[in-house]
Write a protein that binds this ligand. Structure first.
Ligand SMILES: [Zn+2]
Length: 130
């Protein structure tokens, strides 16, 4: 991954910035430059999600990728934002505290370090909203 692309992705992670199609009122995260429904007629604008969402699927990770070993077990979930887009994210809570339909909100946390490249990844995780 190029440095520019890396930082662009970092900005997206920090800010939950996606896009919104003004023509059909669809929201996209990660951002899309073209609306798959409206195509050329879509009017795409940048949109910052506040991150309110709910857990629609989750799994407990016990064998982690390089750089995440110290965090196991952790919860990887699909969160659906209230505007509609779904994203895969880590949920910061006990593995017996999570349930389907749990309301969540984003927090910014260290996600892991990039092993030999020495990069530290920060980004959005989600926690219980209540
Ligand atoms: Zn559209």
């Amino acid at each position: 991954m190029s440095v520019a692309r890396f930082w662009r992705k970092q900005v997206q992670r920090y800010n939950l910035v996606g896009t919104h199609c003004k023509s059909c009122d669809e929201y996209f995260y990660p951002p899309r430059n073209m609306c798959p429904t409206c195509r050329r007629n879509g009017k795409i604008e940048s949109y910052k999600f506040n991150g309110d969402g709910e857990v629609i699927s989750f799994t407990v990770i016990r064998t982690a990728a390089v750089g995440f070993e110290h965090q196991t077990p952790y919860i990887l979930a699909i969160v659906q934002l209230k505007e509609g887009p779904k994203l895969t994210t880590q949920i910061s809570c006990g593995i017996d505290e999570i349930y389907l339909g749990m309301k969540v909100k984003p927090v910014f946390r260290k996600l892991g370090d990039g092993g030999e490249k020495g990069m530290i990844y920060y980004g959005t995780k989600f926690i219980a909203a209540e």
